[in-house]
Write a new protein. Structure first.
Length: 402
């Protein structure tokens, strides 16, 4: 049969196109330190007789594979699609635990870098699926720990791994448990199914401090209102170590309005308790300042807190009072007098916070006494105070700022 000339021409063009594509692919293969990607990739393979090698030979082989992994990671900027699958083969199949650990870490870093450069989540999603499998199936606790920790960096693509993370947080190993809990914390409300187990860990008197503190923070980020009783109990218990009381207070702060006024008064009383450690007082101040709904019920404790020995506490509480001025109504005058007294505080940061609070209340809650006081501060010896007072004075007089 005679093939028409135009068919031959088309076929020739197709063959030429295929050869050109193959040539381009060959030419575009990433190169690192004089070696092509395929050469570095070949170094990742494990000898079929690996189990029969001597310890020295195994160590030499492992060093070679590790060098291959490092080289592949350093070629990540090329965005070559073969890099991640090559790392996955090491993570899934390498007989050495340390190499699988390295592969998990490299896979995570490269996936994050590729996603950032391409503005696409596909690399993160691919890595998250593989890390989930490693968390479920790898025999090494350390590889599982790295997988759990890495899943926390793949949010929200790591959401399908939530059941595996819940199982991991129930393990006895502290490192694995903490890594899983922190990943759930990063996932936030999406990990709400983990809340019952996190509450169980937070309430476990036999659990280690690190695991419990991470469980507190996870519950806070999940905004799990059912955890408030155990968090409040921890904050109030003077026998509890500060390493637990602080994250419990921070967790309540993270919940915001979920906690509300139910516990604000109790936190306020703890704030003015002389036995409360300094760092916890600061944490409590921040907690009360986190939401207006938190702050208002505790205002009676905030007034004496303005005389706390720590300037940071006084400053934060002043900021907090600035948020709730309108809610105070008949009690406003009491608070206003206390705030005006802070204008003469020994610490400049407290004086500035007091003037800023007067400004936040605005002309609606101001009077002649406040305006005159702020006017006098425009001539203060401290430059920061003069500038702040001038800005606040414009607001109190209803003058637009430049």
């Amino acid at each position: 049969m005679v093939v028409p000339k135009h068919f031959k021409a088309v076929a020739a063009l197709l063959i030429l196109g295929m050869l050109t594509h193959a040539l381009m692919a060959f030419q575009e293969e990433p190169v690192f330190q004089g070696k092509k990607f395929s050469e570095w990739e070949a170094m990742l393979k494990v000898d079929s007789n690996y189990s029969k090698l001597s310890d020295a030979e195994k160590e030499k082989s492992a060093r070679s594979r590790r060098a291959g992994l490092i080289a592949l990671e350093l070629m990540a900027n090329s965005l070559d699609k073969r890099i991640l699958p090559s790392m996955v083969l090491v993570l899934k199949n390498d007989p050495e635990e340390k190499l699988r650990e390295t592969a998990a870490l490299s896979l995570t870093r490269v996936a994050l870098k590729m996603s950032e450069k391409t503005k696409s989540s596909s690399a993160r999603q691919y890595a998250a699926e593989v890390l989930k499998e490693s968390l479920e199936k790898d025999k090494s606790i350390r590889v599982k720990e790295i997988a759990a920790s890495s899943l926390g960096k793949m949010v929200p693509e790591s959401a399908p791994a939530i059941p595996a993370l819940i199982l991991a947080m129930k393990q006895k190993d502290t490192g694995l448990r903490v890594a899983a809990v922190d990943a759930l914390r990063r996932l936030g409300p999406e990990a709400k199914d983990a809340a019952p187990d996190l509450r169980a860990l937070a309430s476990d008197s036999t659990a280690d401090i690190i695991s419990k503190s991470f469980a507190f923070l996870a519950l806070g980020n999940l905004k799990d209102g059912a955890a408030i009783p155990v968090l409040l109990q921890t904050v109030q218990d003077a026998k509890m170590p500060l390493e637990l009381r602080l994250p419990a207070a921070n967790a309540i702060s993270m919940m915001g309005g979920e906690a509300g006024g139910l516990i604000a008064e109790k936190l306020g009383l703890l704030l003015i308790d002389e036995g409360t450690p300094k760092d916890l007082k600061i944490a409590l101040s921040i907690t009360l300042d986190s939401q207006e709904s938190f702050a208002y019920p505790a205002w009676k404790s905030m007034v004496p807190a303005l005389k706390d020995r720590d300037a940071a506490v006084r400053s934060i509480i002043l900021h907090c009072l600035g948020s709730i001025g309108a809610k105070l109504q008949k009690d406003f005058k009491v608070v206003q007098v206390a705030v005006l007294g802070c204008v003469n505080d020994s610490a400049l940061e407290v004086r500035l916070a007091a003037v800023e609070t007067l400004g936040r209340w605005g002309p609606e809650l101001s009077d002649d006494e406040v305006v005159k006081k702020v006017e006098s501060l425009t001539k203060d010896t401290a430059k920061e105070m003069r500038e702040t007072a001038a800005t606040v004075l414009k607001r109190l007089k209803g003058t637009p700022s430049n």
